[in-house]
Design a binder for this molecule. Structure first.
Ligand code: ZN
Ligand code: ZN
Ligand code: FE
Length: 760
């Protein structure tokens, strides 16, 4: 028999997913000698044996790879045989630059669930059980390569039994870096008034929750605050303590059966709830609800999540079947993730702490996804379970950092053809969040082994993310217009780089003309854009104040729609302003003082929502629009007039007639549900009509939809369906949220395209 030797290099998500034991077993199966090892960014394999076995081995690498593995590239070269005697798994090799793709955190696998449920198993009821197929990853990795000493598990030396499993290539825990057991692993305890309770802390926590207490629970990516979701008093107390008036709380439910009791779940929602990523899934609430109405007031949906760690599984077996599980933070601060910071920050919020001594190295919120009837899913927040998964870019680039937007911030690091968006960071307007932002950037850069030479940022000069970009030394800066970034993100994640009609519909973004944009139609590719249409402008009386107070936007639209009559109509609608405020707003609308013009689509929805009495007081971002969507009668087909005018070659989408008709119907006593639906329908018709005009003029048939407005399911599905019926090709976000979380991806894609043109 002639002996051949072949070297393989495999890149992708191949570490921390049981890849080396898989290679080992495959080599044994084909009777090959050689070795396998992790490097910082890939797995290297060498095998020796007869040629047909090597060929079978090579194809097995692709076809039989473990579930969690994701192979990006596999290269093979021939070499002279050196006479390996056996097949070995070698120590990892650290390299200077990593092409490393770090795995995301994975929900507990069925095998581990079985173990914690079997009294005979040595991991019976052990809350930190995991294996190569599941468990913490991103949140505990401090450095690459992904090996135990480089994680927060380094402080837990393995016991003999764990070490044996860890070293046995045929065991499910072979090189399961965070593996642990009750003998050697992390522990959980309960703290009440700095008293530590070590006996049966999970049962004690469940008991507290049953009694209506609020408990801070350390999870995978940070602390959560929990309380019994059926208990009105407990939920209301949590709202008071957190300073959160109406923003919906997410619920953890015992299992999929409990989820079905609470919500109407189609197959897609069930698949989402049970997926490895285990996001919070938004689904239609069943009425009457078994949980407190205070969980999600004014909302038809509940956000549900099924236990994703053994700790949660064990807790949910004993506590009420549905508990509120909301980020452990004060209003909009980043979530607490160290035991120390939880004690200081959450002591006034929680009656007790379910602690553990496995450190979280980098915090990560829960992801939030909403699946839609047509099969699409809208990602509202991309974090745990998804990060740090890479998104393929349609073009190549050197290392670029996109610093993101101000709200719902993420940043994004790109190199080669990969872009890695960060976890949801939050709104950068508090010092704490900004600190977390900088920490997360430093961490991801070092984890991925890439230092950016180019930084792309929003044009808004006072965004903290823009200021951060300016503060970085020795980099080339590229300013990117906000709505161009939206469209570029949608193009890039769909692998496209041709010119499209981009509809960027959101709250606000800094325009290139000093006004505030937000209802924009762009002709755009990655490198450049032209603004070819926008919503008709109205004033934002008081600037930022008009974003926080939807009544002010209603006043602005009333001013446009009813001229001198506007204050009288405002009174008839019950929009009350204090006398002084009324005078100030009048002055602002007449003179434009401190009242910038905006073409925002989001502000239009705010105005309608306030004017027809659905949401006149906003307590969280997006509330007026969300409640307007929730109120809309799904069977209503009607719509209101609008006009599309031309101004300097641009389409002006005039929704003022729409607003006027809606108000007139409200005054005539038509139900808000009907009016809400007709307003949505009108916007869909107006946008579709504008697209048709642009197709005729420009000959472009490709459409990209982005911006926070597309989190609205009526607009998302309604417009997409209509455009497709009209023969358009429609791109939507599938991997990133349509809101400002996608801005960082758009920024790196645009910078990459600009740099590529410069180089050519
Ligand atoms: Zn497992
Ligand atoms: Zn052990
Ligand atoms: Fe935006």
């Amino acid at each position: 028999m002639e002996v051949y030797r072949r070297k393989f290099r495999i890149t992708g998500v191949v570490q921390g997913v049981g890849f080396r034991p898989f290679v080992y077993r495959l080599a044994l199966k084909y009777d090959l000698s050689g070795w396998v090892r992790n490097t910082s960014g890939s797995v290297e394999v060498e095998v020796e044996g007869d040629i047909s076995s090597i060929k079978a081995f090579a194809s097995g690498l692709q076809t039989e790879a473990p579930n969690l593995a994701q192979i990006d590239s596999l290269s093979a070269i021939e070499a002279d045989p050196v006479g390996y005697a056996e097949f070995l798994i070698l120590e990892s090799k650290a390299e200077e630059t990593a092409e490393g793709v770090i795995p995301a955190d994975v929900a507990t696998c069925p095998d581990c669930l079985m173990e914690i449920a079997s009294p005979k198993d040595r991991r019976f009821e052990y809350p930190f059980t995991n294996c190569t197929n599941c468990g913490p990853r991103f949140t505990i990795i401090q450095r690459v390569p992904y090996d135990r000493p480089n994680t927060t598990m380094a402080t837990f030396p393995m016991c003999e039994d764990c070490a044996r499993e860890y070293q046995d290539p045929l065991n499910r825990r072979f090189h399961a870096e965070p593996t642990a057991c009750p003998v050697c692993g992390p522990r959980v305890w309960l703290e009440i008034d700095s008293q530590r309770i070590d006996t049966d802390p999970i049962s004690a926590t469940a008991e507290l929750l049953r009694k209506g207490k609020i408990v801070a629970i350390k999870g995978l990516g940070g602390f959560h605050l929990a309380c019994d979701a059926r208990n009105d008093e407990a939920v209301s107390e949590l709202r008071v303590r957190k300073g959160r008036v109406a923003k919906p709380f997410a619920l953890m439910v015992r299992d999929i059966d409990e989820a079905e009791l609470l919500c109407e779940l189609d197959d897609a929602s069930k698949a989402l709830l049970l997926s490895n990523q285990r996001p919070i899934a938004l689904a239609r609430k069943r009425e009457p609800s078994r949980v407190s109405d205070l969980v999600a007031p004014g909302n038809r949906q509940l956000g549900l999540v099924i236990p994703y760690t053994p700790l949660h599984t064990l807790l949910m077996q004993q506590c009420p079947p549905a508990i509120v599980l909301t980020s452990g933070n004060l209003s909009e601060e980043p979530l607490a993730f160290t035991n120390g910071s939880a004690r200081t920050k959450l002591s006034k919020l929680a009656d007790a702490f379910l602690m553990n001594d496995r450190d979280i190295h980098v915090p990560c919120d829960d992801s939030v996804v909403r699946s839609l009837p047509g099969g699409d899913a809208i990602i509202a927040r991309r974090a745990r379970g998804c990060v740090p998964e890479a998104i393929d870019l349609p073009i190549n680039c050197d290392c670029i950092l996109g610093t993101g937007a101000e709200q719902k911030n993420t940043f994004c690091l790109a190199w080669g053809r990969k872009a890695v968006p960060s976890q949801h960071i939050g709104d950068l307007d508090t010092a704490e969040t900004f600190d977390y932002y900088q920490y997360a950037i430093d961490h991801l850069q070092s984890l991925l082994g890439h230092q950016p030479k180019v930084i792309a940022h929003d044009l808004h000069p006072s965004y903290m993310s823009s200021r951060y970009a300016m503060s970085r030394p020795n980099v080339e800066l590229i300013g990117v217009q906000h709505h161009h970034a939206h469209i570029a993100a949608c193009l890039a994640e769909n692998g496209r780089n041709e010119r499209c009609i981009g509809l960027a519909m959101d709250g606000t973004g800094y325009g290139t003309d000093g006004t505030i944009w937000g209802g924009e139609i762009l002709l755009a590719d990655l490198a450049s854009f032209e603004r070819v249409g926008h919503f008709a402008q109205v004033r934002m009386p008081g600037g930022e104040a008009a974003i926080r107070d939807p009544k002010r936007m209603a006043a602005a639209y009333l001013h446009e729609a009813f001229a001198a009559d506007n204050e009288h109509i405002s009174e008839c609608l019950g929009l009350s302003f204090q006398a002084l405020e009324q005078r100030v707003i009048r002055h602002q609308l007449e003179t434009g003082l401190n009242s910038p013009l905006t073409s925002s689509a989001g502000r239009f929805f705010d105005a309608i929502s306030a004017a027809i009495g659905i949401c006149a007081e906003r307590s969280f971002e997006g509330q007026p629009a969300i409640e307007l969507e929730m109120a809309a009668d799904e069977h209503e087909q009607g719509s209101y007039p609008y006009s599309i005018d031309f101004n300097a070659g641009r389409l002006v989408l005039n929704a003022i007639p729409t607003f006027k008709a809606a108000v007139e119907e409200r005054l005539a006593g038509i139900a808000p549900a009907t009016i809400a639906a007709k307003c949505h329908n009108s916007v869909i018709e107006m946008l579709a009509c504008a697209c048709e005009k642009l197709r005729e003029r420009e000959g472009i048939n490709l459409i990209a939809l982005s911006g926070g407005v597309f989190q609205n399911a009526i607009i998302h599905s309604g417009l997409k369906d209509k455009l497709q019926t009209m023969g358009f090709e429609v791109l939507i976000h599938k991997k990133m949220p349509p809101n400002d979380a996608c801005i960082s991806l758009g920024q790196v894609a645009i910078a990459a395209a600009i740099l590529k043109i410069k180089q050519e």
